[in-house]
Write a protein that binds this ligand. Structure first.
Ligand SMILES: *Cc1c(COP(=O)(O)O)cnc(C)c1O
Length: 378
């Protein structure tokens, strides 16, 4: 058998394209290297000829793409001698920050909104030893407080305004390009704080040898040393961002003060990467669109029961969006499309169980009753 080195996380793999000092102590849980799954049943169901893939980021160590950015942000925080990290979070950032802080042996503080946080995410923050501050406000309030607080206390912010976060997250684009041996034609993703759409665009620009764009130059921390301008692997995708109708600043063209959606991970009205996401959309020839909660949940269910992939509601909006745009022809037949599934469905079991419908049948503990219930469905 040929020797294959053990996969030890995205910093080790992409060190030459990331702003990490050679002698840094890398804080990793083996994040990245997630599967790019080709959907078979759903494209057939809608009768369109497209190559539709989902990048299942829910299979990162804490169950969301946030780990890609967190390995970078926490490695850098430790490098700088920081003893504590802090973030505002709709849930996944806090789960990830708590886990990586535990790994690094430092303290984490997380500010989460009052209610409206998925159970799985809260459980993770608690188990990983975070100090959880549930604020009487929403994510945007938490974000404002974290920014103010960092000026008064020796804590490192690990929200995506920390530029190392986006540097880690851009590696998802690298993996996709490696696997497809080209960039996809369209890349669809949910947009909350808009860090991830920005990070993907940075990654694709670097892969295409066009890493000299405004976005990568904006990475003032690495002073351009992270720029990757070697092999040119073809064009960049059109970046398509989807928002919940109740939390849709990019559709309105202005901030939203009372965001609301079942997709709690994107319940954000004041995106921090506002300008960068507009730049990614404009430079790629992309667009934004929005979906009602019911459409988001329908897509989540469709993906789970037609192609076997269970993602959380926010993630499903990328598939809802891709399917709408494929049906309408805005994404033409023959295209290669990648949807990012940002987090795992198990993060938010409550939302899934609330939709159970007739999936759960109560039967007596007798052969006849069980037989009847089964034959009913065959
Ligand atoms: C954080 C998150 C998002 C939103 O990503 P942004 O970078 O804030 O736009 C979407 N889905 C899930 C599951 C998330 O955890």
């Amino acid at each position: 058998m040929p020797f294959r080195p053990r996969y030890t996380g995205l910093i080790d793999k992409y060190r030459d394209r990331l702003p990490v000092p050679d002698d840094a102590r890398v804080i990793s849980l083996g994040e990245g290297n997630t599967p790019l799954i080709r959907l078979n049943n759903i494209p057939r169901k809608i009768g369109k000829n497209v190559d539709l893939y989902v990048k299942f980021e829910g299979l990162n160590p804490t169950g969301s793409f946030k780990d890609r950015g967190m390995t970078m942000a926490v490695t850098e925080a430790v490098e700088q001698g920081s003893q504590a990290i802090i973030c505002a979070s709709t849930g996944n950032t806090s789960a990830s920050a708590a886990a990586y802080a535990a790994r690094a042996g430092i303290q984490s503080f997380v500010l989460i909104p009052d209610g409206k946080i998925a159970m799985g995410k809260l459980a993770q923050a608690i188990m990983h030893g975070a100090r959880v501050l549930q604020i009487e406000g929403n994510f945007d309030d938490g974000m404002r407080l974290v920014k103010e607080l960092a000026a008064h206390a020796p804590v490192t912010i690990v929200n995506s305004i920390n530029p190392y976060r986006l540097q880690g997250q851009k590696t998802a684009a690298f993996e996709i390009v490696e696997e497809l041996e080209r960039a996809p034609d369209f890349h669809c993703l949910p947009v909350g704080n808009a860090g991830n759409i920005t990070a993907h665009w940075i990654g694709y620009c670097e892969c295409s040898g066009r890493g000299e764009g405004a976005l990568t130059q904006a990475c003032s921390f690495c002073k351009g040393s992270c720029r990757y301008a070697s092999a040119i692997v073809g064009d960049r995708p059109v970046m398509v961002g989807y928002q919940a109708a109740g939390a849709n600043p990019f559709l309105r063209g202005e901030m939203v003060d009372e965001p609301d959606t079942v997709a709690t991970a994107i319940r954000i009205g004041h995106p921090q990467s506002w300008d960068q996401a507009w730049a990614a959309s404009r430079e790629s020839g992309g667009w934004f669109d929005q979906f009602e909660d019911s459409e988001i949940l329908t897509a989540q269910r469709l993906l789970a029961d037609h192609d076997g992939v269970f993602c959380e509601p926010a993630s499903a909006i990328s598939v809802a969006g891709a399917l709408r745009d494929i049906r309408s022809g805005r994404i033409p037949e023959g295209s290669t499309v990648v949807c990012t599934l940002t987090g795992h469905g198990l993060k938010d079991p409550d939302v899934a169980i609330r939709q159970a419908g007739d999936a759960i049948v109560k039967v007596a503990a007798e052969l006849d009753a069980v037989k009847r219930a089964i034959l009913d469905r065959l």
